[in-house]
Design a protein around this ligand. Structure first.
Ligand SMILES: Cc1cc2nc3c(=O)[nH]c(=O)nc-3n(C[C@H](O)[C@H](O)[C@H](O)COP(=O)(O)O)c2cc1C
Length: 175
C-alpha cells in the first residue's frame, strides 16, 4: 500500500500553510490512505551545514519519514518570492531521501503576485531527485484564513484536488 506524508514547513505558530496542510491530511485520512503528518516547527531541526547536521536525530527522523513515503505534500509559506528557508533547509538536510517521490504543494502567501514562487523549489526536486511534481498546486492569500482555519470553499476544493491527484499519480506510478 502506498504511503503518504504531509509536511508543514512553516515556523509560525499560527501558520496558514499549516492550516492548508491539515485539510490535505484530513482528506488523505478520509480516503483511508496510509498517511502521516510531520510539522517541522516541532522537530528542532538544525540548519544545514553540510557536515554535523546529517547526524542530528531530528534530521535523521525527517530523512526516514521522507524516505518511507511514496507521495508527499509540502505545505509551505511564500517568503521573498520563493518558499521559506525552513522548507529549503528541509531539502538540504534530507537530499537523496526525496528520490523518485511524487510531490504536491500547498502555498500560503500575502498576495496573488507571488503565485509562481514555488517553481524554483519544484524544479530542484524534479531535476536533482527526479521527483514527479503534481502539475496542480493550491495557493492561498491571507484573507481566506481566520485564527483557526481556512474559510474559502474554492481553496478547500483545490487542496482536496491536489490531495486526490497525489493519490492518483502515486497509485499509477507505484503500480
Ligand atoms: C519574511 C517574509 C517574506 C514574505 N515574502 C512574501 C512574498 O514574497 N510574497 C507574498 O505573497 N507574501 C510574502 N510574505 C507573506 C507570507 O507569505 C504569509 O504571511 C504567509 O501566510 C506565510 O505562510 P505561513 O502563515 O504558513 O507561515 C512574506 C512574509 C514574511 C514573514
Amino acid at each position: 500500500m502506498a504511503k503518504y506524508l504531509v509536511i508543514s514547513s512553516s515556523g509560525n505558530p499560527s501558520s496558514n500553510s499549516r492550516k492548508m496542510g491539515r485539510i490535505a491530511f484530513q482528506y488523505l485520512q478520509k480516503a483511508r490512505t496510509d498517511c502521516s503528518w510531520l510539522d517541522l516547527a516541532e522537530m528542532g531541526l538544525p540548519l544545514c551545514d553540510a557536515d554535523a547536521c546529517y547526524a542530528h536525530p531530528s534530521a535523521k527522523r525527517l530523512s526516514t519519514a521522507v524516505k518511507a513515503a511514496d507521495g508527499v505534500i509540502v505545505a509551505a509559506p511564500v517568503y521573498n518570492y520563493d518558499v521559506s528557508a525552513s522548507a529549503k533547509n528541509m531539502i538540504e538536510l534530507t537530499g537523496s531521501a526525496w528520490e523518485d517521490k511524487i510531490v504536491g504543494f500547498l502555498c500560503a502567501s500575502g498576495g496573488m503576485s507571488s503565485y509562481m514562487s514555488v517553481m524554483a523549489y519544484a524544479n530542484s526536486l524534479m531535476l536533482d531527485f527526479r521527483c514527479v511534481i503534481l502539475p496542480r498546486f493550491a495557493y492561498a492569500t491571507g484573507d481566506v484564513f481566520d485564527d483557526v482555519t481556512l474559510n474559502d470553499a474554492k481553496i478547500i476544493q483545490r487542496i482536496e484536488q491536489v490531495s486526490a491527484e497525489l493519490i492518483r499519480f502515486t497509485e499509477v506510478l507505484r503500480g
